[in-house]
Design a protein around this ligand. Structure first.
Ligand SMILES: Cc1cc2nc3c(=O)[nH]c(=O)nc-3n(C[C@H](O)[C@H](O)[C@H](O)COP(=O)(O)OP(=O)(O)OC[C@H]3O[C@@H](n4cnc5c(N)ncnc54)[C@H](O)[C@@H]3O)c2cc1C
Length: 495
């Protein structure tokens, strides 16, 4: 590869391999054998063809900011990381009229935000609450989500260029025509034949080298709103009140219903950790004191309204207040108050379309930098939501970990983003975090509740939870598109 791509396109330096092997999960690092830095689609093809010739395993990353899910590290030690982000990081097009951009894998939320600002664009993107250096494309391929009305990131992708495991190049959708230009590639979702784009999400069938991503015309005014509910048991009522707001699309953004500790962890570390040696979940008294200190409730509701001006949305805010305060448990948090509460200000920026690294501070809730994300979901039914929160809270308590969750609510379904923060340098605590993840996953699966995304170390485990027919179908597609199994064998349980 040094010969074909140039000496700087390959690194086997000790420090580099160490850095690319690191992750935050409760298992040892996975040190790659090398890191490759392609500069073009043609380079990616060369790498994949060489991997086929030499039967070596590749692990592609865009920017590798998948913190809590595997970071930059491959499925196992010895795979070769293909870091697309270092050189393939261009915004290839911003189409102001039709509202999309075409990007390479290395374009991050921050770099697109800066690029749109630089161009004085009227368009806005949907950032995640995670690392601003995360890749738009990498996040969409892992079915990530963000703030704003375009929160479904894979749903915003339209038309991809992909190097298959065989080394063949394809363009999906209207890009599949052999033509000098592709007028509809990034605007038409439903083209001729099967929609292949989904095959490249959470899979190991190919390496995506560019894609179209839809952007939204920035509304003249965005008004984030915040409410809180006092008690853990209020979740039932909260979900029943949120659902109609989404089913009528009165609130155009996702509505987040986030618990106390998920937010507070971004502001300070666990005050009881040292006293319990990290073996016990924080006490309810300490949790109450923290809620009081930060002006937050047991549950905290946020979203945003769009309108012509602040005055224009004021009547809608009044309607929201009347709606939520039908429950005596729910309190309105005025904007000036919300802005002074650091964790709510992180959410405010997210709804305004601004990347922010504020939420990353939650990794300091306990020492040792460990975090694993458990991502089940629930129907938008208050009673079920209430049962689930009690269930998750109890399993976390049994393993001496805090229950931290943000429910990202749509009209019918909410993704329950659970963050397990633990001390990765304490083997006992890391083992408890691992057991906690597995206990949560096994018990939710009994009710037919699956995860939407998984940390690399649990992908095989989750694939084994599925019906055999699906597993066989996934493996058959793998053999067809990547006959020598060179792209990330084991990823999402597919070999
Ligand atoms: C505090 C915190 C908050 C977070 N908040 C959010 C949030 O709000 N929403 C959210 O979605 N996530 C969130 N995350 C998770 C994660 O950090 C982001 O999803 C991040 O954007 C993913 O990293 P990335 O975009 O750099 O993708 P990468 O790490 O580059 O890739 C992600 C996955 O896609 C695969 N992949 C990447 N590029 C390609 C390619 N070109 N071809 C084929 N496969 C590819 C990789 O193999 C990997 O499996 C959060 C994490 C933390 C720690």
């Amino acid at each position: 590869m040094r010969g074909e791509l140039g000496p700087d396109a390959v690194s086997t330096a000790d420090a580099t391999l160490g850095r690319y092997g690191e992750h935050t999960l409760p298992s040892p690092d996975n040190r790659p054998a090398a890191v490759l830095y392609p500069a073009s689609t043609a380079d990616v093809q060369r790498i994949v063809l060489a991997a086929n010739r030499h039967k070596v395993q590749l692990f592609p990353i865009s920017t590798g900011q998948n913190i809590g899910l595997g970071s930059k590290s491959p499925m196992c030690s010895g795979q070769i990381v293909v870091d697309l982000g270092r050189h393939m990081n261009k915004v290839l097009e911003v189409n102001e009229t039709l509202g999309y951009c075409e990007v390479e894998p290395g374009v991050s939320f921050q770099s697109l935000y800066d690029e749109l600002n630089k161009r004085g664009s009227r368009l806005m993107m949907s950032p995640t609450a995670g690392p601003p250096q995360g890749s738009l494309l990498g996040n969409a391929l892992d079915k990530g989500g963000g703030g704003g009305a375009a929160a479904d990131h894979f749903g915003s992708v339209c038309g991809m260029e992909v190097v298959l495991g065989s080394g063949d190049l394809i363009r999906t959708g209207d890009g599949s025509l052999e033509a000098a230009e592709h007028l509809n590639w990034h605007v038409s979702k439903y083209s001729f034949g099967p929609a292949l784009d989904g095959l490249f999400t959470q899979s190991n069938y190919g390496i995506v080298t560019r894609a179209g991503i839809w952007l939204m015309l920035r509304p003249p005014h965005i008004e984030p709103f915040f409410f809180s509910a006092a008690d853990d048991d209020d979740l039932d009522e909260v979900i029943e009140l949120v659902r109609p707001l989404k089913q009528t699309n009165f609130v155009p953004t996702q509505i987040r219903v986030t618990n106390d500790l998920y937010l507070i962890a971004a502001a300070e570390s666990n005050p009881e950790y040292a006293a319990t040696g990290g073996r016990k979940q924080i006490s309810d008294e300490a949790r109450r004191a923290l809620q009081h200190k930060h002006g937050l409730g047991a549950w905290n509701i946020s979203g945003a309204l769009f309108g012509a001006s602040k005055q224009a949305v004021a009547p809608q805010i009044d309607r929201l207040r009347a709606h939520f305060t039908k429950s005596s448990k729910i309190r309105y948090i005025p904007p000036e108050e919300a802005q002074a509460v650091a964790p709510l200000d992180i959410a405010r920026k997210n709804y305004l379309g601004m990347p922010s690294d504020g939420e990353l501070r939650m990794l300091n809730w306990r020492p040792g930098g460990g975090t694993a994300w458990f991502l089940p979901g629930m129907p938008m039914n208050g009673q079920i939501a209430h049962q689930m929160q009690k269930h998750s809270r109890e399993i976390c308590r049994q393993h001496g970990l805090e229950y931290m969750v943000s429910n990202v609510c749509g009209p019918r379904f909410a993704r329950g983003v659970h963050t397990l923060v633990f001390n990765r340098s304490d083997p006992d605590e890391a083992a408890r975090a691992d057991q906690c993840y597995r206990a949560l996953a096994a018990s939710y699966a009994e009710r037919g509740v699956f995860v939407g995304r998984a940390p690399t170390m649990y992908q095989q485990f989750h694939q084994e939870q599925r019906m055999p027919g699906i597993v066989q179908a996934c493996d058959a597609i793998k053999r067809a598109l990547d006959p020598n199994g060179v792209i990330a064998p084991g990823k999402y349980g597919m070999r």
